[in-house]
Design a protein around this ligand. Structure first.
Ligand code: B16
Ligand code: MG
Length: 213
């Protein structure tokens, strides 16, 4: 049977592993220090969004305005807390069903890429034992515009030498599905991304991916 897609582009945080919880804890700590209200539902809006844009969302609830310099320092402080939390990660933080599915897809000849907004992508992949696993890595270090802009996925497709229509994007964030749609990619949504009206497939669990590609 001819394959519908040749390349699969995975979001990292919230799809391959659950660093989303560490992002939440780090932002929460920063918010508490600054006496800014922050909760899980605000945190959902940060999914897939760059560090500085995430900070702007968090500051919507602040009582004072911050200078650009203060914002830079706050984003850096959040990242320091986040990176410290990441330090606890091991290969056990790569869910077994995710690894099994990735191995299966690779065996079937699909090209696999990462399309993540995170500047910590390579560090995380190393911790979970996927350092040299993917055929391409497009992340926060090679883009100038974050999701919902399609740049990160377009770059991943380019690295795989495939057109957007030959790739499918796997996402947990609404901003990520917006980016996939804007770039002309099919998409599979996990978690809250499943509810996005533009999503091509709704994934109940990661391993169901083998049935849609
Ligand atoms: P960093 P993804 C995104 O990763 C996260 O979902 C988002 O919450 C975070 O702000 C962004 O990466 C930037 O991360 O601060 O590590 O550069 O979902 O696109 O894999
Ligand atoms: Mg994500």
């Amino acid at each position: 049977m001819e394959k519908k897609y040749c390349g699969i582009i995975f979001d990292l945080d919230g799809v391959i592993c659950h660093t989303d919880h560490y992002h939440y804890l780090a932002w929460k700590k920063l918010a508490e220090k600054e006496h800014i209200y922050f909760d899980e539902s605000i945190n959902h809006r940060l999914r897939g969004v760059s560090r500085m844009e995430s900070l702007e969302i968090l500051l919507e609830r602040a009582d004072k305005t911050y200078t650009e310099e203060e914002k830079e320092r706050m984003a850096e402080a959040k990242n320091t807390i986040y990176v410290e939390l990441l330090g606890q990660m091991t290969e056990n933080d790569l869910p077994e069903n995710v690894k099994r599915t990735l191995d299966d897809l690779r065996k079937k000849g699909y090209l696999l890429a990462i399309g993540s907004s995170s500047k910590n992508t390579k560090r995380i992949l190393k911790y979970i034992g996927l350092e040299n696993y993917f055929d391409a890595i497009s992340d926060g270090t090679n883009i100038t515009r974050s999701k919902p802009d399609p740049e990160v996925f377009l770059k991943a497709a380019e690295m795989l030498e495939l057109s957007a229509e030959k790739c499918i994007v796997i996402e947990d964030a609404r901003a990520g599905i917006d980016a996939a749609v804007a770039g002309g990619f099919a998409s599979a949504g996990i978690g809250e991304a499943k509810l996005h009206s533009g999503v091509t497939y709704q994934l109940e669990s990661f391993e169901d991916l083998t049935q849609i590609v």
